[in-house]
Design a binder for this molecule. Structure first.
Ligand code: PHE
Length: 467
């Protein structure tokens, strides 16, 4: 199987695909809001340090496991565990987590698609009304949008690694960069825009509390697509000639640069809409920012550029987010696809069919858990509140299991696979790796403080979320 495993055609193809995975809704919306609320430049600094000191070593370790074994998480843990079974659970979590995160991410992507369609149909003024979001996500149109999004993902993934994933990334990522820059330029020409820039970049160190630090790390971890088995799987498609550490650096830089640039789009837009806005009051979630606040900002543009142009800007923005979301979804669904193909010997087509059906049903449950179906809306309750099916998937897999997966990976790589084997794999394609500072840092950090930090986040989340 592994002898004819498909590969990315070049290092650039791999970097764009991995960056396509990393750049998502988290970068475009989550990051700017988080940064603005939590100390601006001070948050940026903490975030950048986490990317460099904590996330990069984990990213490198994931890619190395994939390339070494030529397998997805289940196969990779098995292969590197020399026939032992004690780590199989970590591998299984590495496939189950992306599958479940795909479910909640899919729901949001479907909403974005719906917003594009409604705006194109002339409905921007409707979307700017307070009840629109709630009405739309509980309307039958949502099911149509779901079918279209699933078809797009299927279309990309069925074509395989080189002709599907890589090709999509090579088209969508540069398009996304250009669109983002154009949006920034447009937004910065609006009145009062620079008050937003100031708010985003001027540091306020008094805001840096333990929970902000925790939030910055979770944001960075999620944003770089760690703990979801994605980089193990994509790593299994990189050639033995590629330098993993160098590639990982480029992916991390791209992801962080996009997140930063998105801040230069979102905050100036918010401030030009309302110079009195206090970012502290900005909605708590990215979801309400995208779906209720931003449509109001777009509609307000009609007084200066007219309704049609304002709608055009809105469509442009939602498309930008949509492209980012699609390349992330593709990467996350590729993990279970690869599992079914590599471990269960299904054809790619059949694997995709199985996944589209199972993930489709769960996505349906999550979609109707915003009021349409009582059973899923009031699915369970914990920590003193009723939780929907969507909440549960989000709380369990995104918030809790993600750092746990990272923790397991660090311990496995350092103490089971062993550091010298990691070093060996990382020097393939990079003759100067052994003995370098990077090697010493990666080996030291993965075996010591990174798992400790991830354990802290995991325990803290469990305590805060569920008790
Ligand atoms: N990095 C993505 C983001 O910031 C997270 C993600 C990756 C989500 C892959 C789903 C799949 O939005």
């Amino acid at each position: 199987m592994s002898a004819n495993r498909e590969q990315f055609s070049s290092k650039l193809g791999f970097i764009l695909a991995a960056a396509g995975s990393a750049v998502g809704i988290g970068n475009l919306v989550g990051f700017p809001v988080n940064a603005a609320k939590n100390g601006g430049g001070a948050f940026l600094l903490v975030y950048a340090l986490f990317v460099l000191l904590v996330c990069l070593p984990v990213m490198v370790a994931e890619m190395a496991m994939g390339r070494k074994t030529q397998k997805e998480p289940v196969g990779a843990y098995k292969a590197l565990n020399n026939g032992g079974t004690g780590w199989n659970l970590a591998g299984l979590l590495g496939v189950l987590t992306p599958f479940m995160i795909a479910v909640f991410y899919m729901v949001i992507t479907v909403w974005i698609f719906g917003y594009i369609a409604i705006t194109l149909g002339g409905g921007l003024d409707y979307l700017a009304t307070p009840q629109a979001f709630g009405e739309f996500i509980n309307s039958p149109y949502i099911f149509g949008a779901m079918v279209v999004v699933a078809a797009i993902i299927n279309f990309i993934l069925v074509a395989g690694v080189k002709n599907g994933i890589e090709k999509a990334a090579k088209t969508l990522m540069p398009t996304l960069f250009i669109m983002l820059v154009l949006m920034v330029v447009f937004v910065l020409t609006r009145d009062n825009a620079f008050a937003g820039v100031a708010f985003f970049v001027i540091p306020d160190f008094s805001k840096i509390t333990p929970s902000v630090v925790n939030g910055a790390l979770s944001q960075a971890f999620f944003s770089l697509s760690l703990g979801m088995g994605i980089l193990i799987t994509y790593g299994s498609y990189i050639s033995k000639k590629a330098d993993i550490v160098g590639s990982a650096k480029l992916v991390a830089i791209t992801d962080t640069a996009v997140a930063f640039t998105a801040g230069l789009m979102i905050l100036p837009a918010v401030f030009s809409f309302n110079p009195q806005v206090n970012p502290q009051e900005l909605s708590d979630s990215s979801v309400s920012l995208i779906f209720t606040f931003l449509p109001k900002i777009f509609l307000a543009l009609q007084s200066s550029i007219g309704y049609v142009a304002a709608s055009g800007i809105a469509v442009f923005f939602f498309m930008l987010v949509f492209f980012a979301a699609i390349t992330s979804l593709v990467s996350i669904i590729e993990v279970p696809v690869s599992y079914l193909v590599t471990e269960k010997n299904h054809t790619r087509k059949k694997a995709l069919f199985i996944l589209m059906m199972t993930a489709g049903v769960l996505t349906l449950f999550a979609t109707v858990s915003f009021g349409m179906v009582g059973f899923f809306t009031e699915f369970t309750s914990y920590a003193g509140g009723t939780r929907s099916f969507f909440d549960v998937v989000y709380d369990v897999f995104y918030d809790t299991i993600l750092p746990l997966n990272g923790l397991l990976l660090c311990v496995f790589v350092s103490y089971r696979w062993k550091k010298h084997r990691l070093s060996e794999e990382l020097s393939v394609g990079n003759d100067n790796y052994q003995g370098s500072f990077a090697e010493k840092y990666i080996n030291f950090s993965l075996g010591t403080f990174i798992p400790v930090i991830l354990l802290g986040i995991f325990l803290n989340t469990v305590a805060v979320k569920f008790f």
